[in-house]
Design a protein around this ligand. Sequence first.
Ligand code: FPP
Length: 249
Amino acid sequence: MFGLKAKSKKVVLDKIPRHIGIIMDGNGRWAKKRLKPRVFGHKAGMEALQEVTIAASELGVKVLTVYAFSTENWSRPQDEVSFIMDLPVTFFDKYVPILHENNVKVQMIGETHRLPEETLNALNAAIEKTRRNTGLILNFALNYGGRAEITSAVRLIAQDVLDAKLNPGDVTEDLIANYLMTDHLPYLYRDPDLIIRTSGELRLSNFLPWQSAYSELYFTSVLWPDFKKAELLKAIGEYNRRHRRFGGV
Ligand code: FPP
């Protein structure tokens, strides 16, 4: 057992979640409170992400999956969508070397075909640069939607049955997991142990619906740009007070 100080309160951290999913919400409200445009909140959100990634890596978390852009987010004003899509282009020059120094490996899930070319190039460059790193996997969910992910898995399985590569009886939970976008993650860490959502909203919004079946959920009213290391420690402290039974007693 070891303890870490979060602000003045001691947080006991026996168990570190191996995979944490984060729904980074509240950037717009954070900016509005400061009478700034919404994009100001996304920029601050990117900085919070950097701090939380390094803190998670130091704590020994294996995978951090962050909901950066959902398939529904395209309906936002064009300027805002462009700003978010430009974040990897603008920030990664400064951000990726720090991740690399910390042995972080960048990966992503989502439908890449609709992403602007420069966004995809910046992400692929980060993935390539950090390919051999063995520390925390920072998994960006970008243009990701959970139902679309499951739909695509069902389609691929149906095709494999049609091509006689599979029998319907071969379709197990494990097999389905192999057709999901998280199949590139280490087998033991594919499903999040803990999902955090900031900004007071109490829902998962199509984030990892299959993989979250047994995840512990942590909701906080803190807006994402204010979610820093101390808040991460609080969430992990709360996770340590939960008893995960996976349907048992
Ligand atoms: C939700 O806040 C936040 C987002 C939709 C985008 C968050 C993205 C990042 C912080 C980093 C993105 C990184 C990459 C690689 C693109 P909101 O705008 O819904 O806030 P609100 O609910 O207060 O309006």
